[in-house]
Write a new protein. Sequence first.
Length: 406
Amino acid sequence: MAAERALSGLTVLEKADMVAGPYCTKLLAGLGAEVIKIEAVGTGDKARTAPPFLDGVPHPERSGLFAYLNTDKLSITLNLKTETGRHILERLIQETDIFVAAHQSGTMEELGIEYRRLSQINPRLIMTSITPFGMTGPYKDYKGSDLIANSTGGLAIITPLNAEDPEKPPLKPGGHFADFFIGVIAAGASLAAVAQRRLSGTGQHIDLSQQEAIAYIILWPIMYYNAERHIVRRTDAPRMAPRHLIPCKDGHVWIQIIQPGEAEWQRFCQWASDADWATNELFKVEVSRAQYWDALKPLLSDWAMSRTKEDFVKASHDYHLTFEPLNPIEEVVNHRHLAARDFFVEIEHPEIGKVKYPGPPYKLSQTPWQVTRAAPRLGEHNEEIYVKRLGFSHQELVQMRAGGVI
């Protein structure tokens, strides 16, 4: 008998494409929840068309993004635009603990799929809705994306911090930052609702906004505005220094003096005792370093160019400093510390082969997160769900497939 896992016995139904919703349910699946993924008939999750692909050749079963986001899930195809499809959804809802729906606002409501109706079918249901701007407010019907969330939430306008050229436009954080981040929040909120349900016996609706998820994490510029009416800009002169990316002999390092007082700066100067700037009176206190940063930065950069990233890593340990290198992706994948913690996991996929993927940034000592199977092929579990669980006959399955229901 399989060992109990943290979320064993929890059934999750997912209707979501690309990143945000699937990442939420991936986190739950990795802790033992059963996740049934509803995909569009014929085409499936849009992530199936997203690169990278095995050998660079597009194929719906060979997307690296889809393969990563959908481990440990069961895939069924279902057309919710049909009456039969919606009836099947309602039958699935009867046995579902969490229904994760990530969509443009109004999409599910147009199909008559609303929490008010679904909670009548299953009062214990938790429905987690992820939309660009939430389900209330003047923007509730607006469409959105990862780029729009980062822009309207306030992150793009301050990215990158300490930009030197005011004429250059703001930058979007790399990858699907907003999508992944709200996926994490959605997973946490869903589990909070599960805990509350143990007390009340009833489920609830969770309304998540991607815009709010981004605004939630940019505390520093929001607090500056609320406290001082100061608008933080990416080209602002630093108020504290150094807290910057500096070039070194074999790349870049992040140098950050963060401890109150000057003890950390003094330890830095102890390591850099051969540098003239280390004893310069102008740079002895943080406010002055910020004021004269234009003078300090080239001196610090020239000094750093004779040292490697590993030199900074060693000094960080020896002198208790907050220095870390800017690691290119190949160094992240092969990082000795991540390897020692078994962060990356290898997944054997029938179409892609064995691929190394990031694992979770947490370790449960008794019920660890784990991958037990690769991402499913499109509709791979139609028979298991429709025939073995819902009781449809094989003939009915054939008819539903011919009618475009599954």
